[in-house]
Design a protein around this ligand. Structure first.
Ligand code: 3HC
Length: 718
């Protein structure tokens, strides 16, 4: 029995054509009301003798964004999608999908049961289910290979990336593109076909799949692609199995049955819940609890980036990619020229790899203008400072920006850990000062921590979050506290990795254990990549004694082992290769430093390695939540997945802890306290939630929060 129906389908008649408009704002997912509305409307059109053809389109900016993701994991309600799609596929009257925007997942699958497909120029089509731990379960794995061939279909389904209308037309997914009025063009297209005796059905088009029979390369290539790009994920192998069925099964419905069975396996798999948590988590992270949705935004039409190094260049690329003209300022002409050359080279690589066209490259490069003069920044809407981490230098730049830019310009610092309020204090507009912590390389990494200073205004915050969305970033708000969210959590993780090394595990074992857990790169491979010498040189310069956890890395530096940059660090690297090989010559150093510092080396189980590193993240995350530095636990999951290589299919560290059970987490932390009682103290919030059999969620209300960590405390995590 259907309870409440969500979404509807509007029914209009134009001459002898019925126009069905899916209406379920904002993006028209196939919620129960839409499924019912579609089935009812098709029946209505089929029994009306005056109707000869049907157009199916979407209201607003989307065609259909897929199945209603919020229904997964809930009790099924209303007609099922398969029944609705059968009504469309076996309609007595021809149907054309008029794709007015995104046709994704079940949305494209709906279009694929129509006889014809026409789209606007700016429409996109794709089967992104894999990003949700699912497979296209409404016939997509069977129909798309029939239209574009199994090899291309596998690429689309395994990458999950949508393609633009033009490409979809050339691949054969679309029959036409409308350059003018979509509905008018759809009417013309359909009227042209009305006289035909029959109309094509994708299910009957077997040419491309028969051609693929016996070609083992297709599936082998797909498996190779999936193992490289989707390590540890469950759905990809099931997508491949579905396409294998499409190729080899003689009967369409038998293969469809397999698709349904595999879909169900994905649906009940824990990865599906974790990945859907991330889908909604990313959207939740973009909202700031005390800032209304309709807050007026400062329109960002032009921007400036201060500093033309790696970060500055990457940030400038983000602006250009979003279509925003950007001035790149550097005081040193040589650095500036070099920086612009690096940007140009990065775009050239994208061009060489077929990711952009020469025209697109020219277009983005034309949006980037180098300058040596602050006066040129007078009219920009936002400035992002991206120089090296030094408070005095940043303050000097902000003073300059405050004087040289108009009083509406937002001033942002790309600091990874300095006090935003201290930076804002030198300006006359602290309300327009904010932190924008991009992750390196800034043109590639999706994470953006937006740091809210004491005085950052609601307008400033809302504007920068909207800018993050325009740049296609996963933007997360952090209050202004040491390490913000990500690096503060990382401190304990790195500390534990170094302690495990001192206690007896080897870098290879630690890295392998964490990579088997799903981390994209173990901590020692990461340290080698970043360079061991950075911390070592900084400590030397500041005449700081190495903390015990940095002693091994510092000893390696003393032996000129700096990491990948000189082919030796925790690992050895062959000339020109980034593949890490174990370095047995380091083991004497590990042993002697352990001994000198009072450690008795022992065999350490992999599970202990994973527990100690991951629970260090979780416990600090709990503390961050209790201080309100992050608004909700899901925000930390977004940070860790998009900035630190945490596996998406585990849903992030806080979701992982919720699934493990917070009581179990507290018990483990308490048991590790026997090894190191100073480090292992369960956060008060964690203990409280565990005692209530509850889980991490929203930060406590302001009056119930713990005091925020202040910038006086050193959190360096080596
Ligand atoms: N189901 C339910 N809600 C959805 C949804 C969906 N398929 N797609 C988007 N939404 C919601 C979002 O959660 C958001 O809600 P909020 O305003 O409360 O935060 C709202 O719609 C707007 O979404 P976005 O902020 O993402 O809007 P954008 O304009 O930036 O992007 C989009 C639009 C490209 C359509 C993007 O929303 C998107 O990629 N959606 C998901 C597409 C997808 O994964 N489809 C496959 C679903 S699974 C499936 O179809 C299974 C089938 O094979 C059986």
């Amino acid at each position: 029995m259907t309870n409440q129906l969500k979404g509807k389908v509007n029914y209009k008649i134009e001459g002898n054509i019925a126009i069905l408009e899916v209406d379920n704002p904002p993006v028209n997912p196939l919620s129960n009301g839409v499924r019912k509305g579609l089935a009812d409307s098709i029946n209505k059109a089929n029994v009306d003798d005056a109707i000869e053809g049907i157009i199916l389109t979407g209201a607003g900016r989307s065609f259909i964004a897929g199945a209603d993701i919020s229904e997964f994991g809930q009790k099924p309600d209303g007609p099922d999608l398969h029944t609705t799609l059968r009504e469309i596929e076996f309609s007595k009257k021809p149907i054309i999908a008029a794709i007015n925007g995104a046709a994704l997942g079940g949305g494209l699958e709906t279009a694929l049961v129509c006889n014809y497909r026409i789209a606007t120029n700016n429409a996109i089509v794709g089967l992104p289910e894999v990003n949700l731990g699912l497979l296209p379960g409404a016939g997509g794995t069977q129909r798309l290979p029939r239209l574009i061939g199994p090899s291309q279909a596998l690429k689309m389904m395994l990458s999950g990336a949508p393609i633009p209308a033009k490409k979809a037309l050339s691949e054969g997914i679309l029959d036409a593109i409308s350059e003018n009025s979509l509905i008018e063009d759809a009417v013309l297209f359909l009227k042209d076909k009305l006289g035909q005796n029959s109309h094509p059905k994708v299910r009957d088009d077997n040419k491309k799949i028969i051609e693929a029979r016996g070609d083992d390369n297709i599936l082998a290539e797909a498996k190779g692609f999936a193992s490289k790009t989707r390590r540890g994920q469950f759905a990809p192998s099931k997508i491949i199995a579905c396409v294998e069925a499409a190729i080899n099964e003689d009967n369409f419905d038998d293969a469809m049955k397999k698709e349904s069975d595999y879909f169900l396996e994905c649906l009940v798999h824990p990865q599906r819940e974790a990945m859907i948590h991330i889908f909604f988590g990313e959207r939740a992270a973009s909202k700031i609890s005390d800032i209304p949705k309709d807050t007026t935004l400062h329109q960002i039409k032009t921007a400036g980036v201060i500093g033309s190094g790696t970060m500055g260049g990457g940030i400038a690329m983000n602006f250009a990619n979003a279509g925003i003209p950007v001035l790149v300022l550097d005081q040193d002409e040589k650095n500036l020229n070099r920086g612009i050359k690096v940007i140009e080279k990065n775009y050239q690589i994208m061009l060489d790899r077929g990711r952009i066209s020469a025209k697109q490259k020219d277009a983005v490069m034309s949006l980037i203008t180098p300058t040596l003069n602050y006066e040129d920044l007078s009219d920009i809407d936002i400035a992002i400072e991206a120089v090296y981490e030094n408070l005095e230098l940043k303050q000097k730049i902000f003073k300059n920006l405050d004087e040289q830019t108009n009083n509406k310009t937002i001033l942002a610092s790309n600091t990874s850990g300095l006090d935003i309020d201290a930076i804002a204090s030198v300006t006359k507009r602290p309300d327009k000062v904010v932190g924008t912590h991009f992750f390196s390389p800034a043109n590639v990494m999706r994470l953006l921590e937006v740091v809210r200073g004491e005085a950052s205004s609601k307008e400033t915050m809302a504007t920068v979050m909207a800018l993050g969305k325009k740049m296609k970033k996963a933007a997360v708000v952090s209050l202004n506290a040491p390490g913000f969210i990500g690096n503060r959590m990382l401190a304990g993780y790195t500390y534990q990795a170094n302690m495990l090394l001192l206690e007896g595990a080897l870098p290879n074992q630690i890295d392998n254990a964490l990579e088997s857990f799903g981390m994209s790169m173990g901590p020692f491979r990461m340290l080698d990549l970043v360079g061991l010498d950075l911390g070592w040189r900084a400590r030397k310069l500041a005449k700081i004694k190495s903390p015990v956890t940095a002693k091994i890395s510092d000893a390696l530096c003393e032996l000129d082992r700096f990491g990948q940059k000189n082919s030796k660090g925790f690992y050895n690297y062959s000339e020109g290769s980034r593949a890490p090989n174990p370095a047995p010559e380091n083991e004497d150093i590990y042993r002697s430093i352990s001994e000198e510092n009072g450690f008795t080396r022992r065999e350490i189980p992999d599970q202990e390695i994973v527990d100690r590193c991951i629970l260090a993240l979780v416990n600090e995350g709990a503390q961050i939540l209790s201080e309100g530095v992050a608004q909700r636990s899901g925000d930390m999951d977004i940070v860790y997945i998009n900035g630190y290589g945490f596996p998406i299919w585990r849903g992030g560290p806080m979701f992982y802890a919720n699934k493990e059970g917070l009581t179990e987490v507290v018990n483990k932390i308490k048991s590790y306290a026997q090894l190191d009682k100073n480090f292992w103290k369960p956060a008060t919030l964690l203990e409280k939630l565990a005692s209530e059999s509850s889980i991490f969620g929203e930060a406590p209300s302001e009056d119930a929060r713990e005091p925020k960590l202040t910038f006086k405390k050193d959190i360096t995590g080596v």
